[in-house]
Design a protein around this ligand. Structure first.
Ligand SMILES: Cc1cc2nc3c(=O)[nH]c(=O)nc-3n(C[C@H](O)[C@H](O)[C@H](O)COP(=O)(O)OP(=O)(O)OC[C@H]3O[C@@H](n4cnc5c(N)ncnc54)[C@H](O)[C@@H]3O)c2cc1C
Ligand code: SF4
Length: 445
């Protein structure tokens, strides 16, 4: 008779949240299983990642009912695969608001991710023009801390498709460390529900290739990201999950110059910290790859992502003179509103305060672009987008201070647990919170 395999920990999802917990627990020689929805792409980036990006399960661009685009990926390594390498430490004011001391864990996260400031030799000429434009307004931009090995970085600017040189840290690195230390990995497996008996978790059920199976563990850590984790929690009986979401919505603004552009240069190489504390605004030079730009510049919005629609977008890119285009993106700390529903829809519209912040963001972007010699008649305001969903299972509401839910031994470790949005790149904070949880788990479970 075969005995049932029972893991010490089952980690659902392999983005920064899940991969960090899996690595830390496996290094402590615990029996760990990672269950991941998506496939493994190469460490060096693949253009086909675009088919896993910004899409819902029906291959439509993922968008809230209030019209806000939402970026996330469902592959091994999660959304870190397409991130820009920004590894920003949150301001003390936000951590005070959260009532969480993360200083030790943030320090350790910066070390593990080998965070360094963007060096000047990789700053492109379009970004340099923006730095000078902002300076002429009395606004000094700072180099962005990045989890990028700058000795390997060629400055190609296509971080959004992965990294061809392997310079950018992604959570694939932590997944592989977990595997080296004995963790098991199930790919292409969608967890729908956590199994529990008498208020205690016993495992998860998942579908793989159309068939449903169960796997057993003493502790479950949900790290499926702030859109999927609340759905699994709701399906498992934690009804409060997903009642409210924040996105760090951002406003991008573009303009043509006579001479320089930001095509193919590293984006978010610098940022302005002037408006973070009092206004919650995070402005930074930004440019999309041309294929994605058509959505903002030409209002081209394919309803469904398909080969034909990509071809249509490709034809339209010829109208975007990307070599002379510069851009700014300003993130806001939007209010926690709306809902993530189990049918896959997301209810989230902008509040009056959000709308005012985005208007202010556009004015800042525009002022900087004009000071950078963009032609005023070409200033274009981009659509509302976001890439940092969070706050759908917040600490203090859906999980307790140890990130445990009302079901014993069921924990959450991803951006869902943020008590409020950061309004700036969240990866470092997610890794730090996941380290804190790992230490708790090792000491108490
Ligand atoms: C284009 C883009 C650029 C970005 N750039 C930066 C940046 O420079 N710096 C920064 O700090 N942040 C950046 N972000 C945001 C950052 O990538 C995310 O905030 C972060 O990855 C979230 O981590 P997570 O662990 O919460 O979730 P995710 O990284 O989204 O990971 C969730 C994981 O769970 C898996 N999963 C989902 N559902 C299931 C299921 N049912 N069963 C099993 N597995 C499941 C997914 O496949 C995925 O692997 C960027 C985001 C985007 C879209
Ligand atoms: S700019 Fe290019 S080489 Fe540098 S981190 Fe991004 S994708 Fe990698």
């Amino acid at each position: 008779m075969t005995t049932k395999q029972v893991y010490d920990y089952i980690v659902v999802g392999s983005g920064p949240g899940g991969a960090t917990v899996a690595k830390e627990l496996a290094e402590a020689k615990k029996k760990v299983l990672i269950v991941e929805y998506g496939p493994r792409f190469t460490d060096k980036g693949e253009i086909k990642v675009i088919n896993k990006l910004f899409l819902d399960k029906e291959k439509k661009l993922l968008r809230s009912d209030g019209g806000i685009y939402i970026g996330q990926t469902r592959i091994l390594g999660g959304t870190s695969y397409v991130a820009m390498g920004g590894a920003v430490t949150p301001p003390d004011s936000i951590l005070k608001e959260w009532k969480i001391n993360l200083s030790k864990e943030l320090e350790s996260a910066r070390e593990d991710l080998r965070v360094k400031l963007m060096p000047s030799h990789l700053i492109g000429e379009g970004t340099q023009r923006i730095i000078e434009g902002a300076r002429s307004l009395g606004w000094e931009m700072k180099p962005t801390p990045k989890c990028v090995d700058f000795d390997k970085c060629t400055g190609c600017g296509i971080c959004m498709y992965g990294c061809p040189t392997g310079a950018k840290w992604t959570s694939l690195e932590f997944v592989d460390k977990a595997i080296e230390n004995g963790a098991d990995l199930l790919l292409n497996s969608e967890v729908r529900k956590v199994l529990h008996e008498n208020g205690k978790t016993v495992g998860v059920s998942f579908t793989n290739n159309g068939s449903t199976s169960k796997v057993y563990g003493k502790n479950i850590i949900l790290s499926a990201g702030a859109i999927e984790t609340p759905k699994i929690l709701q399906n498992s009986g934690v009804e409060e999950a997903g009642k409210g979401i924040a996105l760090d919505v951002f406003q991008s603004t573009f303009g043509y110059t006579e001479d320089v552009g930001m095509k193919n240069e590293p984006v978010m190489a610098v940022y302005l910290d002037k408006f973070i504390e009092d206004k919650g605004l995070f402005p930074s030079p930004y440019m999309y790859p041309t294929l994605t730009l058509v959505r903002n510049m030409l209002d081209f919005e394919p309803k469904k992502y398909s080969g034909l629609n990509q071809l249509r977008a490709l034809v339209k890119t010829r109208k975007v003179k990307a070599k002379r285009l510069i851009g700014m993106m300003t993130k806001i700390r939007d209010e926690i509103t709306g809902e993530v529903r189990t049918d896959g829809t997301i209810k989230k519209a902008l509040t009056k305060k959000d709308q005012e912040s985005l208007d202010e963001a556009h004015e800042i972007n525009k002022k900087i672009l004009l000071a950078s010699r963009a032609k005023s008649e070409t200033i274009t305001r981009g659509v509302y987008e976001s890439g940092h969903p969070c706050c759908t299972a917040p600490i203090g509401k859906v999980v307790d201070e140890n990130q445990e839910t009302e079901i014993s031994n069921l924990f959450v470790s991803d951006a869902s647990v943020f008590p409020s949005p950061l309004g700036m790149p969240p990866i470092l904070t997610i890794v730090a919170l996941s380290k804190k949880l790992s230490n708790y788990l090792l000491a108490n479970t």
